[in-house]
Design a protein around this ligand. Structure first.
Ligand SMILES: Nc1nc2c(ncn2[C@@H]2O[C@H](COP(=O)(O)OP(=O)(O)OP(=O)(O)O)[C@@H](O)[C@H]2O)c(=O)[nH]1
Ligand SMILES: [Mg+2]
Length: 242
């Protein structure tokens, strides 16, 4: 397949060296397919992070697209980037090194074999968790089991926001979430549409700089997202055609 290009989405609040490291590792391993790095900023993005972004712009020029998000929160950042991405495929990830950038190469290889599929990273198939809150880990495990039963799929990590999608697909869906449950929405809505999903294993290591923008209690909002999408008709998942 010759027409294959990637938009990498990197939302940023407080990352500096983690963001730069992410781009350096990706660039060194898969430069030929990268159409653009869309770095998404908001009012909360720190001055030091903006400095790191400028450095990346100096190195990578037009390949670095800086987007000031209009919708709020993490889901809003991704949704704004979905609207403007130019690659045939898009990789949703983080800039805090919790989404291991050395896996991008494998995500791309798998996606090139099955371009209509979603390839998603799982921490539950051998890669494991380093520095993850133990209570959160148990809740996460139970949640994954419950929702794989509810959606009748053999998936082990539906809440991890590290995956590659065909851009056409993400542009055709009517997204609703603006906070972290957006990460779950991006797998459940395609599943409801019959899109095939493949998992590949990755490890997870807690970030070394900054802190998460998600609070523990907010994790319970994932239930509402998971159940309501299960009950939604397919026609309500797609954007209305004009
Ligand atoms: N532009 C932008 N970036 C965000 C926003 N919220 C989070 N991010 C970034 O998105 C990435 C993932 O967010 P985190 O808050 O670390 O959340 P997480 O790792 O998915 O979830 P936890 O496991 O709860 O830590 C990080 O690189 C954040 O800096 C936001 O509202 N706007
Ligand atoms: Mg994080």
């Amino acid at each position: 397949m010759c027409n294959f290009s990637i938009s990498i989405l990197l939302p940023v609040i407080n990352e500096t060296f983690s963001l730069k490291q992410t781009v350096f590792i990706i660039d060194a391993s898969v430069d030929e397919y990268i159409e653009e790095y869309i770095i998404i900023c908001c009012k909360k993005t720190k001055e030091e992070s903006r400095k790191a972004i400028k450095e990346l712009q100096e190195i990578y020029g037009n390949k670095t697209v800086v987007l000031e998000q209009t919708l709020p929160f993490l889901g809003g950042a991704m949704r704004d980037a979905f609207d403007i991405c130019r690659g045939t495929h898009v990789i949703m990830m983080a800039s805090d090194l919790e989404t291991d950038p050395s896996l991008v190469k494998k995500l791309i290889e798998e996606s090139r074999k099955e371009p209509e599929m979603i390839i998603t990273a799982t921490r539950w198939k051998g890669g494991g968790f380093t520095g993850y809150n133990p209570i959160k880990l148990v809740c996460n495990f139970i949640f994954q089991k419950l929702f794989s039963l509810l959606y009748r799929v053999n998936l082990s990590d539906m809440t991890f926001g590290y995956r590659i999608f065909p851009s056409k697909l993400v542009k055709s869906i009517q997204w609703e979430e603006v906070r972290h449950p957006f990460l779950l929405e991006t797998i459940l809505k395609p599943l409801r549409l019959g899109v095939k999903v493949k998992e590949i294993s990755t490890g997870w290591k807690a970030r070394q700089e900054g802190e998460s923008a998600n609070s523990f209690l907010r994790n319970f909002e994932y239930f509402k997202t998971g159940i309501s999408i299960r009950l939604r008709s397919k026609s309500k998942i797609l954007k209305h055609q004009e």
